[in-house]
Design a protein around this ligand. Structure first.
Ligand code: ADP
Ligand code: ADP
Ligand code: MG
Length: 453
């Protein structure tokens, strides 16, 4: 291993996850923290910790100069960006190269290609993979009206630079075009500094299925199977699982191969995820986008393969060839992940920062908790409200789901509201147990929650 010290340019559970992977590889870790995260677990757990600026992420976790200075100042060899923040900013990857640091992620040109959904759709279409029917850049409302007639309703306005479900607006009829166009453009400008929009046909009875890929510097690519992330609120994932339950073996294999093809054609290096939408009525799949980073839900893949994806990321960035071939990747059992956030589901998922007075996560075989929380930790109001990811594994889906129900029931948190009661409610629904949901299902359940008062 050439890498001896890694700067972790992130916070929360993913910072802990990266620190643990470094430790397992005998590598030192340096936590880059904001003033609001001085007392956080990553800052305490890493071999070293450096403050990179004030609480506001624009002045810390999003500030490339501060992160590069912190890496150079601590004589780190590499930077792991986690997910979110700068993970998909090609400028961080370029700045690393310029300063002789290894970026633990793909090459900047691949980040750039996939960072814009319009470029990505064009590139992937050329590889012969189906993309969701849609338009090029929509310049104005008049143009949108014409394009919408061609594509047909319902449809979505999407931000070319979008992510995290922001900048997506559904349009069910022509009269709604103006409002959707204006709000989507405003949201995209505010969130991404780029108001570019395009249109996509909306697939009403859909599953979100994504393929984990790994590629190395020599052009070797493997896929690590697929995940189903169809339980979503506001186009954001809430519960994920692997393998995807409803697919025929033929369709599953086609989707996995499509993911691998895209990575291979791009000359993709490091870990990435190719997202697809599956039309359950037509049994057809379409490319949605590619995330050029480790994903929040990567643990479900780890639980059914025994692979450590963050360790793989570090080895690849170190210049090592992939140690596994496609036939080495074996899938056993089923895994489910719940994202537990500090939000009150009873009050429109209002964020609930503040002190955690009690923290007693479930333990047991086939239960994994990825978290940065502890009793006494104060959840700061400045960042994402993710507290923990609870992952369970079973021999089959039924066993994984039962284990999840029990694990959620014994997860005791005091001081802040969490989404645990809501997750328990969701996972108890017969549709969830039967595995017959689509991407609209979760929001339809909100009408029935809370059940009493
Ligand atoms: P994925 O596509 O990996 O499943 P998301 O897109 O929901 O997951 O998660 C990435 C999003 O998580 C980012 O766009 C950001 O809003 C949020 N995020 C960024 N950094 C963190 C963090 N340290 N902890 C939790 N959430 C984060
Ligand atoms: P983001 O970059 O914000 O993650 P995505 O393109 O991945 O955006 O879409 C987020 C989610 O929105 C998808 O997982 C899916 O549930 C829904 N979605 C996106 N495009 C479509 C579509 N054309 N039809 C139906 N649902 C869609
Ligand atoms: Mg997405």
């Amino acid at each position: 291993m050439n890498i001896a010290r890694v700067l972790v340019a992130n916070r929360g559970e993913i910072a802990i996850r990266v620190i643990k992977a470094c430790r397992a590889l005998g590598i030192e870790s340096v936590a880059a923290f904001s003033q609001a995260d001085r007392e956080s677990l990553p800052a305490r757990m890493a071999d070293r910790a450096v403050c990179i600026g004030p609480a506001r992420s624009a002045e810390s976790y999003l500030k490339i100069e501060s992160i590069i200075s912190a890496a150079l100042g601590t004589r780190s060899d590499a930077i792991h960006p986690g997910y979110g923040f700068l993970a998909e900013d090609p400028e961080l990857a370029e700045a690393c190269a310029k300063h002789g640091l290894k970026f633990i992620g793909p090459r900047p040109e691949n980040i750039r290609q996939m960072g814009n959904k319009l470029f990505a759709r064009a590139v992937v279409g050329e590889y012969g993979i189906p993309v969701v029917p849609g338009s090029k850049k929509v310049k104005n409302l008049r143009e949108a009206c014409g394009l919408a007639e061609e594509i047909g309703f319902p449809l979505l306005f999407k931000a070319a630079a979008g992510g995290g479900g922001r900048g997506i607006k559904i349009v069910t009829e022509p009269n709604d075009l103006r409002q959707a166009f204006e709000t989507a453009a405003a949201e995209a400008r505010a969130a991404f500094g780029d108001g570019t929009l395009y249109l996509e046909r909306y697939i009403p009875n859909a599953r979100h299925i994504e393929v984990q890929v790994l590629g190395d510097r020599s052009g070797n690519v493997v896929h690590i199977g697929e995940r189903d992330c169809s339980l979503q609120r506001r186009y954001q994932k809430v519960v994920e699982e692997a393998p995807a339950p409803p697919l025929s073996e033929a369709l599953r294999e086609k989707i996995r191969q499509a993911g691998a093809t895209i990575a291979r054609e791009m000359g993709y290096e490091n870990a990435g995820t190719v997202e697809f939408i599956v039309d359950q009525d037509q049994q057809q799949f379409y490319f949605l986008e590619m995330n050029t980073r480790i994903q929040v839900e990567h643990p479900v893949t780890e639980m059914i393969t025994g692979l450590d994806l963050v360790e793989q990321q570090i080895r690849i960035a170190d210049g090592q060839p992939l140690s596994i071939s496609q036939s080495d990747v074996r899938f056993t059992g089923h895994a489910i992940e719940c994202r537990i956030t500090a939000e009150s589901a009873n009050h429109g998922f209002r964020p609930c920062p503040g002190p955690i007075t009690a923290w007693d996560p479930p333990v047991g075989p086939d239960i994994r908790v990825d978290t940065h929380c502890f009793a006494g930790y104060v959840v700061p109001p400045f960042y994402d409200s993710l507290l923990a990811k609870l992952i369970t594994r079973g021999e089959d889906r039924r066993e994984a789901a039962e284990r999840m129900q029990n694990a959620l029931a014994s997860f005791a948190v005091g001081g802040v509201d969490t989404t645990i009661p809501f997750l328990r409610f969701l996972l108890a629904q017969p549709d969830y147990i039967a595995g017959t949901v689509n991407t609209r299902w979760l929001e339809a359940q909100l009408r029935h929650f809370p059940l009493c008062g």
